[in-house]
Write a new protein. Structure first.
Length: 242
């Protein structure tokens, strides 16, 4: 399957193509599925992985190529393997994740990913996301294991409370926030609690946001304009559109 005009654009922006081979699958919950793959040389070509690193996977939808971004889970450069995790709903990507068999392949393009933590690493993390962001959240927690982390996690379903966070009870605090008002409930919870936790000194803090696009934009504007956080202390990326 070709990649259509999107593939042409990604090539112009120096996107690199790889082919992944499925080595295993795991149903984590009824609404969350993990697929393990070999990377087709991706990690060797890039010199390894950075926290929250993601790739674009290519699917077929209505006879046309269709791409969606997914975070690398537990990348292992020595074996050239990692996992991909899917918050299941309707759509070509989730249909593939539900039905794919060991040995099948999928095309992927690496373009657009990029993330660098401040140096020195922050001692306080404030993380805001939902089920689609869980793999990236876990990779971020792994990258700064000694940081005090507060996480606001939006749950669209009761099962989202069972998802596998990599929490250290001594350093991490997790708040589940039921999705409501198209993300407005999450915004309200963050605004009600973050300012006091953040305090006036932001130099050791870092805020990472990945929700639906509209909620992410609202929170990003709040962090920058109302709380006065500088650019190097905020990373905000809309992961999906309702």
């Amino acid at each position: 399957m070709g990649h259509g005009w999107e593939g042409v654009v990604l090539k112009l922006f120096r996107g690199r193509d790889f082919t992944f081979t499925v080595t295993g699958t795991e149903q984590v919950t009824d609404r969350f599925r993990r697929v393990r793959v070999t990377d087709g040389g991706l990690l060797a070509a890039t010199g390894g992985a950075h926290p929250t690193m993601w790739v674009r996977l290519w699917f077929e939808k209505d006879g046309k190529p269709h791409q969606r971004a997914y975070t690398l889970v537990d990348p292992d450069p020595e074996t050239g393997t990692f996992g991909l995790e899917f918050a299941l709903h309707e759509g070509a990507a989730c249909t593939w994740a539900r039905t794919v068999k060991i040995g099948e392949t999928i095309d992927a393009t690496l373009q657009g990913t990029g993330f660098t933590l401040p140096d020195p690493a922050p001692s306080r993390l404030f993380v805001i996301g939902d089920a689609a962001a869980l793999p990236a959240i876990n990779s971020l927690l792994d990258a700064v294991p000694s940081a005090e982390a507060t996480i606001w996690f939006e749950t669209a379903h009761e099962e989202d409370r069972e998802l596998p966070f990599r929490l250290d009870e001594a350093h991490h605090t997790l708040h589940h926030v039921a999705r409501g008002d198209a993300g407005g409930q999450l915004v309200s919870e963050v605004k009600a609690t973050l300012p006091e936790l953040l305090g006036e000194d932001h130099t050791d803090a870092y805020v990472w946001v990945a929700c639906d696009t509209a909620t992410t934009r609202t929170l990003s504007a709040y962090l920058r304009k109302e709380l006065g956080l500088p650019k190097d202390r905020v990373n905000a990326l809309g992961y999906w559109r309702p």
